[in-house]
Design a protein. Structure first.
Length: 175
């Protein structure tokens, strides 16, 4: 469950450019909820997502995920609990790494780092099978770098790939 409690974010406070982007925003999302946020340019949609992900800290309010108070955690500290899928898939992936390496990184989010092979055989097979379901041909290009044209052609569906692979305990993803 995600809770936003009275979150406020003001850009450039006390200047002529002051902008109250979020004004006492509160809502609760339960597990399994699927929400579409609609608003005009500058309404605050991205600001709200940035607040959840910790791009910066809100000026007021609290953000809780499954009861864990994220409010004072930095972006990289929150990465343990949640994932983010960007509109531009290349922003949320490592272009110089292979498709399977990106998937392995996503699958290990929040887990302890150890010195082991990056991808085990069984994992590679799981990636292959699950990518096959998408019907994009990515399952035959697991070792292609995400930034290469052959892989990036399919990146519009990268979001759904990463959204599906959630380690345990599962992080939450927002687009
Ligand atoms: N880093 C920033 N510095 C100053 N003002 C900002 C900053 N980020 C956003 N704003 C302002 O906050 C308001 C909300 O912006 P935001 O980007 O959240 O809107 P949005 O709903 O995502 O818009 P769009 O549909 O264009 O993506 C806008 O007036 C914007 O100019
Ligand atoms: Mg936006």
């Amino acid at each position: 469950m995600l809770e936003m409690r009275h979150v406020t974010k003001i850009f450039n406070p006390g200047t002529v450019d002051e902008k109250i982007a979020l004004n006492d925003l509160s809502f609760t999302l339960n597990d399994g909820d699927f929400v579409t946020v609609i608003g005009g340019n500058g309404a605050g949609k991205s600001t709200m997502q940035n607040a959840i992900c910790g791009t910066w800290l809100p000026d007021a309010g609290e953000i809780l995920l499954d009861g864990i108070d994220l409010s004072s955690l930095s972006e990289h500290q929150r990465a343990k609990y949640l994932g983010r899928v960007y509109q531009d898939p290349m922003t949320g992936t490592a272009a110089g790494m292979q498709i399977e390496e990106n998937l392995a990184l996503a699958a290990r989010r929040g887990l302890r780092r150890t010195l082991r092979p990056g991808i085990r055989k069984a994992e590679r097979e799981e990636y292959r099978q699950r990518l096959q379901e998408l019907g994009l041909g990515l399952d035959t290009r697991l070792s292609a770098k995400v930034g290469t044209p052959s892989a990036s052609r399919s990146c519009c569906c990268w979001t759904s790939i990463r959204r599906r692979w959630t380690p345990k305990p599962p992080p939450r993803s927002w687009n």
